[in-house]
Ligand binder design. Structure first.
Ligand code: BTN
Length: 345
């Protein structure tokens, strides 16, 4: 479901989170040990009133933190929030020399990691931004994207291309491929890719990618790719497209889901893919994509401005466009961004 009204499921405005991101983050840190904490103790430690703590607790609940309350014991987070650590992510990264300057930022709360990178193009060729929570997370086609605090990966890469790579519209597909490789490396069953940007298990959505560009025609391009991935089940909410959400937790409950391990793998795989893509476009990925193409030879429904059409997905072209077949032998190439495609029920 899109929270485009700014209201979270419990009716608290998302902006309230942004009014005091540091206070919210400090509270989560206090609760991060998974133990019970009494309201007065928290108020004392944070230097705020008890009613301020109470209000923040309501905000935490709205952010999907799964807070437990007990009249005698106070508040606690079930397993203790395993929070992102910039140091651990940095320490786990093995980057080739050309990307060593990469600026990695880890934030507790941000409006959108994509927006943050779009607002501040980097001095270096590459910048990465991760957050525990987004108040205005965005998906494709004007939809919103929500993830419970600390329960998903909200990760954006910003890269400067001095010359626009061939097949630039296929960067979402290439990013999705990098994510499947990363998840496989981390021990998860690799998800399928539903053209152009969804990571899926069966017909259920694990995550998605949003690619956005800024720059002048003919000049250098600042290109931001953002990945939203449901890590814990707490991040799964109904989606506006009607697709069921799914998480790594529900698909592989026994595989460790340490986001500080997953993030460096995702970053490395993405950079490797982008290095190739920058020079050669989508063609080197076309064959590999076939192995993960969740729409391959599937009956699908195409949503256009003018209405819907039924057909079959017949794989992707060497530039990343999707072959859509309406009748035997009659097919057209669809370009990402212009259309939306769904599994036929
Ligand atoms: C989609 O499936 O429509 C794409 C979802 C992309 C969500 C990610 S979360 C990190 C980054 N920041 C955003 O605001 N959006 C992307």
């Amino acid at each position: 479901m899109g929270w485009s009204t700014g209201f979270t499921p419990t009716g608290i405005r998302a902006d309230r989170v942004l009014r005091d991101p540091d206070g919210i983050a400090a509270l989560v840190t206090q609760l991060g040990d998974g133990k019970w904490h009494a309201g007065p103790e928290l108020a004392h430690r944070l230097g705020v009133s008890r009613s301020a703590v109470w209000k923040k607790m309501r905000t935490l609940e709205a952010m999907g933190l799964g807070l437990k309350r007990d009249r005698m014991c106070g508040y606690r987070l079930p397993a203790g929030a395993r929070l992102l650590s910039r140091e651990r992510i940095q320490a786990g990264l093995r980057l080739p020399a050309k990307w060593r300057e990469t600026d990695i930022e880890v934030l507790p709360i941000v409006d959108s990691t994509n927006d943050r990178l779009l607002r501040n193009p980097s001095g270096t060729a590459l910048r990465v931004c991760l957050a525990e929570y987004q108040t205005k997370g965005r998906g494709r086609r004007g939809r919103s994207w929500w993830g419970a605090y600390g329960a998903s990966l909200l990760l954006s890469w910003g890269v400067r291309f001095t010359v626009a790579p061939p097949d630039l519209q296929a960067l979402g597909l290439v990013s999705a491929l990098a994510a499947t490789r990363a998840l496989a490396r981390a021990g998860f069953p690799p998800p399928g890719i539903k053209w152009p940007n969804d990571l899926v298990y069966g017909h259920a959505k694990l995550g998605g990618i949003l690619v956005e560009l800024s720059g002048e025609a003919g000049g250098p391009l600042w290109c931001v790719a953002g990945l939203g991935l449901n890590v814990d089940a707490a991040s799964c909410r109904p989606l506006a497209t009607g697709m069921a959400p799914i998480s790594l937790e529900s698909v592989a409950p026994d595989v460790p889901r340490d986001r500080n391990v997953l993030a460096p793998i995702l970053i490395e795989e993405w950079l490797q893919a982008v290095d190739i893509f920058q020079l050669h476009g989508f063609r080197p990925f076309q064959e590999h994509f076939r192995d993960f193409d969740a729409l391959w030879n599937q009956p699908v429904v195409l949503f256009e401005q003018t209405g819907t059409r039924n057909g079959w997905a017949r794989g992707v072209r060497s530039d990343g466009a999707l072959w859509f077949e309406t009748a035997p032998g009659i097919r057209e190439a669809l370009v990402a961004g212009e259309v939306s495609i769904r599994f036929k029920a």
